[in-house]
Design a protein around this ligand. Structure first.
Ligand code: COA
Length: 257
């Protein structure tokens, strides 16, 4: 896959998307969002990919949406901007997405991390929604997703002050799953990605659908969905292999069938 603002590698079922806009601290212009959308869609169709990692070039994850672009836009232009759709597509991606946050994750960069399933930060990571300083609000899902992850009170504080927090505070708030020294970031990310890649891709897909619904569905609808997805899994070759391997005291080999 050839992209202007992304660098993509695939190795051992793990695809790594590196946001690459060095001169702008990886800030996302419309073309970058469109490329990211296309990349995630293509990787979701690729049987050689079971986990997607998103990271940023050099020492920044993503410094937000492109402020030059925002500066030049008029009110209704926002409706032509597909950032929410791109991030929803990542949130709903059948393949789990891990954010490897290697530095600043601000504004749309923080929202990109929020759309991912697991967030691992280097100890140099800094996260925040500083849109309020520009006279706007986080409109890539920030007001909705941040609330779900860290709770309403802390989300209000971060969004209304525009404060930027360090990796340790982000971990304390539950915004980061893990914090590791910068030089070990990708090692930790790959450790988790590899673990997920050894599981049944169908079970991973179904589990993610059920988990995502937990924040919107009421309990009885969520439980019914959970049971239905389990019924689907009970018919898979992967379920036969997983249970058989346990009984035979060996490691399962899941084929996604
Ligand atoms: N949009 C457009 N350009 C951006 C950008 C953004 N979100 N973030 C950084 N850049 C550009 C800068 O304008 C600068 O361009 P220049 O070299 O032409 O002057 C270049 O990237 C380097 O940025 P700089 O601020 O010099 O780097 P730094 O290491 O001192 O600071 C940040 C890094 C991320 C802290 C700082 O760039 C910043 O605060 N960016 C904006 C964050 C933000 O408000 N995001 C929300 C947007 S909705």
């Amino acid at each position: 896959m050839d992209f202007q603002n992304l660098r993509i590698t695939i190795e051992g079922y793990i695809a790594t998307i590196k946001i690459y806009r060095p001169e702008k601290r990886n800030a996302m212009d419309p073309n970058s969002w469109a490329e990211l959308d296309q990349a995630v869609r293509q990787l979701n169709l690729d049987d050689d990919v079971r986990v997607i990692v998103i990271t940023g070039y050099e020492k920044t994850f993503v410094a937000g949406a492109d402020i030059q672009w925002i500066h030049e836009r008029k009110p209704l232009d926002i409706y032509g901007l597909a950032v929410q759709d791109v991030l929803l597509n990542i949130y709903k991606s059948y393949k789990p997405v891990i954010a490897a946050i290697n530095g600043y994750a601000l504004g749309g960069g923080c929202e990109l991390a929020l759309a991912c399933d697991i967030r691992i930060g280097s100890d140099t990571a800094k996260l925040g929604q500083p849109e309020i300083n520009l006279g706007i609000l986080p409109a890539g899902g920030g007001t909705q997703q941040l609330t779900k992850i860290i709770g309403l009170a802390k989300a209000k504080e971060l969004i209304l002050t525009g404060d930027i927090i360090d990796a340790h505070e982000a971990k304390h708030l539950g915004l980061l799953n893990h914090v590791v020294p910068a030089e070990f970031l990708m090692e930790k990310v790959f450790e988790i990605a590899k673990k997920i890649a050894t599981k049944s891709p169908i079970a991973i897909k179904m589990a993610k659908i059920a988990l995502n619904e937990s924040s919107t569905a009421d309990l009885s609808a969520g439980l019914a969905l959970e049971k239905s997805l389990q019924a689907v899994l009970f018919g898979t070759e992967d379920k036969r292999e997983g249970t058989k391997a346990f009984l035979e005291k060996r490691k399962p080999v899941f084929k996604g069938e």
